[in-house]
Ligand binder design. Structure first.
Ligand code: FEO
Ligand code: CA
Ligand code: CA
Ligand code: CA
Length: 657
């Protein structure tokens, strides 16, 4: 998620990044303290003020020429899209945005067409879900690098009830019917469709008669629970006394792919769907820390006891996990991998470490929450897919602590070690994983500014984290890794594993280094304290980085979520990460009014860029009946529809180049 308002947590009923009961006290340092402590060793800035010192550091990592020129140095050649806001989207000149699939589109040949005034759960279960977020391109055949045929694996994060059904206003839950709730449940989850490119026309389309096409829904898809918390009493409910089977997956935000060609589906703000008096339950502190409130903006708890924590206090413990799905097996059961911990997973991205172990990075997207990595015990076997099937069930979860001197330490969440003992309420590893946030706090993890997507640069092996924003951080509460308080525009951090470049880095190491890649905001406004490459144009700066992806050349594609608070539509920005164009972000695509941008993803040879436009028309006061845009159809009576766009260069070729 989320919309403009949702991102501003203090005002948001949706709660992404809502005030965090588990926030640990941050050391009382100022921006200047951190900056000076962090950079003085390298930049010899003794005696300078912090901001003046920082201005010498643009871009912030050493080895980049500061005087690279107003727009020079970038390997990106497209004309920039201007900042602005409009009812339709805007793509760079020379490119074409094709609508691949929209909310309500049938996903198979026999599925019903979309009829917004007669929507049912049965129809929705056979159609594309709402608010597409993560996009994964998994080539066909499996294991190939086919740039023109693939399974598109997409998360459906949440529903905007007031934009899906007539006669409702935002937040008006009392009149929502059970039939509408069932549509919402069926619109959540995940979708897999086969897509193909017509090479002659350079056009992409969905293959409706593909045997792979399927929907995973929160209404009806059984998900298996695996790993150390599977079957634990805290996961048992009246509907599932085994604690091993959950109906559906919720608030599926970003995700990732594994080297054995499965997708990872994150469960993020699952607290939003629950209501009831959590304080009366044995899970009171746990539910409070994860953000469950007595009321919900959704009507689900009125019709389903499992969303009422009074009645089913353990149901929330069955969400907040990382879910693995094999999209190449249309009958595959999604699996909740508890070894990766329970929190508000933004996504999870994997690396095959140089010793063959799998490392999965994941951020917990809430203010003052943490960055984690999981390191498998077993090693990846490229020749035996089945041997990798349960690699994510057995390993060690770590949480990150950023030091002011540039070191980054990974702290293990292992039961019985350090503070993770019965004395602190942890009776087993399952308890540690269910309450990963509390475990991380006790270990001394660094509270960050809403960790969103994490991706590893395929060229350098350096790991990038988007910290989207944190307006609650105080000026005297900055810390290593979070140098601005408040931080309304966010930043991007590099986590640098030891070892050589690229695949030679050791992602299983306990000690990394960290750097700030860029500080978002307007570089011309001194109050923002923004820092990029000095050549960033008036259209190239941005706010609130969220989902990110790398192309094969190691260029970072950034999708934003929160720019509309400043009167600019969210969009796609792209930059080199090395050389003279480092941190020289340029705007490639702009979403229609009220939307945020998700995805992003590229095909096997970077000739197609997939952008998931989420919640178009979710502007203040906008409704199904009177939306702020009817994108992408622009047909009277048709509501705005979240949709996946595929953007190609006219005449073909590498996008961005
Ligand atoms: Fe769902 Fe953190 O974005
Ligand atoms: Ca988002
Ligand atoms: Ca996101
Ligand atoms: Ca990503």
């Amino acid at each position: 998620m989320t919309s403009v308002r949702a991102n501003d947590h203090a005002e948001s009923p949706r709660g992404e990044g809502a005030e965090d009961a588990g926030c640990v006290a941050t050391p009382a340092k100022t921006f200047g303290d951190i900056v000076l402590a962090r950079y003085s060793r390298r930049e010899a800035m003794a005696g300078l003020t912090a901001v003046a010192a920082l201005s010498l550091l643009t871009p912030l990592r050493s080895g980049v020429a500061r005087a690279a020129g107003a727009a020079g140095g970038s390997t990106l050649a497209f004309p920039e899209v201007p900042h602005g806001e409009s009812e339709t989207h805007v793509v760079a000149d020379g490119y074409e945005a094709q609508t691949l699939i929209r909310w309500g589109d049938p996903i198979s040949a026999g599925a019903p067409d979309f009829d917004p005034l007669n929507q049912t759960a049965e129809r929705q279960s056979q159609q594309w879900g709402y608010n597409n977020d993560y996009v994964g391109y998994l080539p066909l055949p499996r294991g190939s690098d086919n740039p023109g045929r693939a399974l598109l694996c997409v998360n459906f994060e949440y529903t905007d009830t007031h934009l899906m059904f007539p006669g409702l206003k935002d937040g008006e839950v009392d009149t929502v019917t059970k039939e509408q709730v069932d549509v919402e449940l069926a619109a959540h989850g995940h979708g897999v469709v086969e897509i193909r490119r017509d090479d002659t026309a350079n056009r992409w389309s969905v293959v409706l008669d593909s045997p792979y096409n399927r929907r995973i829904t929160a209404l009806a898809t059984p998900c298996r629970v695996s790993g150390p918390a599977a079957g634990h009493p805290r996961l048992q409910t009246s509907a599932d006394p085994t604690g091993r089977w959950v109906v559906g997956t919720l608030n599926n935000c970003a995700g990732g792919k594994t080297p054995w060609h499965t997708v990872l589906i994150a469960e993020e703000n699952f607290d939003l769907y629950f209501a009831g008096d959590a304080a009366k339950t044995a899970e009171a502190d746990n539910h409070k820390r994860i953000g469950i409130k007595s009321t919900s903006k959704y009507a689900w708890s009125r019709f389903y006891d499992r969303f009422n924590v009074d009645k089913e206090p353990n149901e929330p413990n069955r969400f907040g996990w990382m879910v693995e799905l094999d999209p190449y097996d249309p009958k595959a059961v999604p699996v909740k991998r508890t070894a990766l911990g329970r929190f508000k997973h933004e996504g999870a991205t994997t690396v095959v470490n140089r010793d063959g172990r799998i490392v999965a990075y994941s951020g917990d997207d809430e203010r003052f929450q943490y960055i984690y990595k999981f390191v498998s015990h077993g090693r990846f076997d490229a020749d035996n897919r089945d041997a990798n099937r349960d690699l994510l069930d057995d390993g060690v979860l770590f949480v990150a602590r950023f030091e002011a001197d540039g070191r980054l330490t990974w702290l293990p969440l292992v039961w019985g070690t350090g503070p993770l003992t019965p004395a602190n309420g942890f009776a087993s590893q399952a308890d540690v994983l269910i309450e990963a946030r509390r475990a991380g706090e006790l270990l001394g993890a660094t509270p960050m500014d809403r960790p969103e997507d994490v991706e590893t640069n395929p060229v350098t092996g350096i790991v990038y984290v988007a910290l989207t924003n944190n307006t609650s951080r105080k000026a005297d509460g900055v810390n290593a890794g979070s140098p601005r308080g408040p931080n309304p525009h966010g930043h991007i951090v590099e986590m640098i594993p030891p070892g050589g470049r690229g695949a030679d880095r050791d992602h299983a190491a306990l000690d990394y280094r960290w750097e700030i890649f860029l500080l978002a905001g307007d570089p011309k406004n001194p109050e923002h304290g923004a820092r990029y490459h000095p050549g960033v144009s008036e259209n190239g700066w941005f706010s609130s980085p969220d989902n990110v992806a790398f192309d094969r050349q190691g260029r970072l594609w950034i999708a934003t979520d929160g720019f509309p608070r400043y009167g600019v539509a969210d969009g796609a920005y792209v930059t080199d990460t090395e050389g003279a164009g480092r941190a020289l972000t340029r705007q490639f695509y702009r979403t229609p009014k009220g939307a945020e941008l998700c995805g992003p993803e590229l095909n096997g040879d970077d000739t197609a860029y997939f952008a998931a436009v989420q919640h178009p028309g979710d502007s203040k006061g906008s409704t199904f009946d009177a939306p702020s845009t009817r994108w992408p159809d622009f047909v009277q009576g048709m509501p705005p529809r979240p949709a996946v766009q595929v953007i190609v260069k006219r005449g073909g070729g590498t996008v961005g180049a």
